[in-house]
Write a protein of this length. Structure first.
Length: 110
């Protein structure tokens, strides 16, 4: 039987400026999926989210996988493999007076 873990790192949090998510330790898994749900959106801005990885949860580097530019309510995901131990998202918000209300998950499998 495969091992599986799903965790919410941000639950219905409002963001108006660039942010990073809480780190998630997943070195035991061989695949990960980042899910972003845009619960609500004010303004006409764009959210860009880049997957980052870390060996120790302190120093971070871009992994190379990015969510497509997000500009409307809905559900979005990207798949990641070969990521080492820790995962997080580094996100930027473009646009004036923009507010995203987000829920963000990591889902890992071995």
């Amino acid at each position: 039987m495969r091992q599986f873990s799903s965790t919410i790192t941000e639950r219905k949090i409002e963001f108006t400026e660039d942010f990073v998510t809480h780190p998630y330790e997943g070195g035991w898994a061989s695949e990960a999926i980042s899910f972003i749900r845009v619960e609500d959106l004010e303004g006409s801005g764009v959210l860009n989210a880049q997957v980052q990885i870390s060996v120790d949860g302190i120093r971070w580097v871009d992994e190379g996988t990015s969510h497509s530019a997000i500009s409307e309510k809905g559900d979005y995901f990207v798949k990641v493999s070969h990521f080492g131990n820790y995962l997080r998202l580094r996100s930027t918000i473009e646009g004036d007076n923009t507010k995203f209300k987000l829920t963000i998950w990591w889902v890992l499998k071995e």
